[in-house]
Design a binder for this molecule. Structure first.
Ligand code: NAD
Ligand code: DAU
Length: 336
């Protein structure tokens, strides 16, 4: 039986991870430390509330006292908390440095002082961009070349994690994964933004020429990969985690969503491109396959369909998120 500190568990991937973990490891205890930024929403965890092993703590990973107190109580940290949206980092990178860099360092320091293991959830964006002209994929040996302030902050956090391992012998692992999709994803990200806009009768903004390629990973595959890393991963090791898609660009993704919703291509609106937009990401997950037995199990088309259906069935969830109503509710509950 383990006691796990999850940071950022009220966000998209963290909440899916908590649900995944509680169903597969029912004897374990989980503490979810989350600041409830605009991206954190306890509605994502309604089914975990009240379960004997689960506890929520409202707090900031840059608050040294909270972090040290909780790390001391746990056996293991799974660190999701971050500012995660590239477009926001282009507008203002300040919070990205505070949370993603300073917050990660405080967790590492506490893990070192109390001799705890830490798994750091990172991104394939630390490796920069691939071109459309090659078949190359990122792997664990790819050089870091982050291009957005978000990616740079995650790259800095990855370097800190490895520095604590090399200098202090801290027991760490890192996963660098591709674009996740699935239920409870905040509708600022491309897939849920597209689905919810279309459900509201609004057009979908497509940046630039729309020929940008992402390696879509269903969130449950990511959760299972982290589980495998915690069980079998080597300390000091990074694992690249990718999905099942073979080079699908944003226009192709939109066309699939339009088809699922029975709508036409007039709902696509080409808009100004994202500054510094990375052309392509693709992940080679062969190390994770060899060492952990990982392979993605969720087919992109099938789970895109299920994701569309989830947003259709859960309109009150995303309407609250889009209107900001969930924040007012938790401000009253927690005095934020
Ligand atoms: P998200 O934005 O949905 O959730 C982030 C969570 O962290 C929120 O609940 C937020 O309240 C919390 N948080 C933010 N700042 C905090 C702070 N200072 N203290 C405590 N909590 C704080 O993010 P996500 O998409 O679930 O991503 C989770 C992690 O996975 C991030 O580290 C991200 O970099 C990484 N990642 C995401 C993707 C993706 O496609 N979404 C892909 C690769 C890696
Ligand atoms: O690769 C992993 C990363 O994936 C994670 O580390 C990030 O946290 C996560 O946000 C995601 O980054 P992207 O920038 O790839 O995701 P986003 O959903 O913002 O955009 C996906 C693609 O869609 C990208 O090419 C930009 C494009 N896009 C996005 C939005 C929001 C549009 O064309 N229109 C849009 O309105």
């Amino acid at each position: 039986m383990s006691k796990i500190l999850v940071t950022g568990g009220a966000g998209f991937i963290g909440s899916n991870f908590i649900r995944y973990w509680l169903s597969r490891h029912p004897g374990d205890e989980m503490i979810n430390l989350d600041k409830l930024t605009y991206a954190g929403n306890l509605e994502n965890l309604k089914d975990a509330e009240g379960k004997p092993g689960y506890r929520f703590v409202l707090g900031d990973i840059t608050n040294v006292d909270i972090v040290r107190d909780l790390v001391r109580q746990c056996d293991l940290i799974v660190h999701f908390a971050a500012e995660s949206h590239v477009d926001r980092s282009i507008i203002d990178a300040g919070e990205f440095i505070k949370t993603n860099v300073v917050g990660t360092q405080l967790l590492l320091q506490a893990a070192k002082d109390f001799d705890k293991r830490m798994h750091h959830v990172s991104t394939d964006e630390v490796y920069g961009a691939l071109s459309l002209e090659t078949k190359k994929r990122f792997n664990e040996a790819s050089p870091f070349n982050p291009t957005s302030p978000y990616a740079a902050s995650k790259a800095a956090s990855d370097h800190l994690v490895m520095a604590y391992h090399h200098t202090h012998g801290l027991s760490v692992t890192i996963s660098n994964c591709s674009n996740n999709f699935g239920p409870y994803q905040f509708p600022e990200k491309f897939i849920p933004l597209a689905i919810t806009n279309l459900l509201e009768g609004k057009k979908v903004p497509v940046y630039g020429d729309g020929l940008y390629v992402r390696d879509w990973l269903y969130v449950d595959d990511h959760c299972r990969a982290i589980d495998l890393i915690l069980e079998k991963g080597q300390t000091g090791q990074t694992y690249c985690i990718g999905g099942m898609t073979k080079s699908v660009n944003n226009l192709a993704v939109i066309k699939k969503i339009l088809k699922l919703l029975g709508q036409g291509e007039e709902m696509i609106e080409f808009v100004k491109d994202r500054p510094g937009h990375d052309r392509r990401y693709a992940v080679d997950w062969s190390r994770a396959k060899k060492e952990l037995g990982y392979r993605p199990e969720h087919d992109f088309d099938e789970y895109l369909k299920q994701t569309v259906e989830w947003y259709q069935k859960n309109e009150p969830w995303w309407q609250n998120v889009k209107s900001g109503e969930y924040r007012e509710y938790y401000q009253t509950q927690y005095g934020k």
